[in-house]
Design a protein around this ligand. Sequence first.
Ligand code: ZN
Length: 341
Amino acid sequence: MLIAGGAALLAGFPPAGTAVPASSGTSVSKETLMERIGKVEKTEAEWKKILTPEEFYILREKGTERAFSGEYNDHKESGVYRCAGCGLPLFAAEDKFDSGSGWPSYIRPIAPSHVREETDNSLLMRRTEVLCARCGGHQGHVFADGPPPTGLRYCINSASLNFVKTETAVFAGGCFWCMQPPYDKLEGVITTTVGYTGGNTENPDYESVTSGNTGHVEAVRIRFDPEKVSFKTLMAEFWRNINPTMREGQFADIGPQYRPVIFVQNEAQKAEALASREALNKSGRFDRPAAVDIEPAAAFYPAEDYHQSYYQKNPMRYEMYKRGSGRAGYLKRVWGDEGGP
Ligand SMILES: [Zn+2]
């Protein structure tokens, strides 16, 4: 997205404060990802009404469950662990490891902004307490004796978590800043992460991917609850946010790192993706067939923190970029009010 040369490009953009493209208004649910972070505050009596006695003891009174007693200590399904108090996703199954401690252990939170860490001097020890960033519920502690790559061990109570089984979808649609908002607003999407995938180097960073030589593309990884949103719906959202006829990049961003790709996780997703692409070609909406490749999913490397939720961290710059790159205008022309957020 031309960060280095961005200043000159931005100078020619419409001034900030002009009308922002209208949001599609479709599929906006009562509890979308965008709204999930924020604050949840309740009185003790209100918490007691919605929590079990054990959940209350741990979340609100900073209690600890007995080692090896919790339901997630030995739990190995693929999905996401949410705060039992407010539902905010806190940890992902892929970051869980067997620490032998008797409590569920993770090498990192699902997103840095989802947890709060505080010094805890109780029990004659200096420890770092881990709390839910949204409701302040006590989760456990973090210790510096975890495995690589983080070296951290988030030692968490099972009773302060609720597990939800999720599936994963990965889409590349050019600049990944623009691919996060459309999915954050969908009900059933648990988390979105922007990153790099599909290339031939390990642990790529923004600089190396931008060179265009690593083979990676900028992409968004979506963890979703298949009971609430289907892969088909995620596909439909994909088409409404890209230019499917462009193979060499997307909008103003040209280069192999911006080519559009659907990375499928299994045969079912592959079949859905093929059918969706064919339906798009038959729809007559575009004068050329979709130039979007369908490839098997590869290792996904989350991008640097400043790229995550860029549209929320830098809303003005994001809107300028989205308009200046031509994406916003194109989606409006092709889809009217249905096009991207
Ligand atoms: Zn919470």
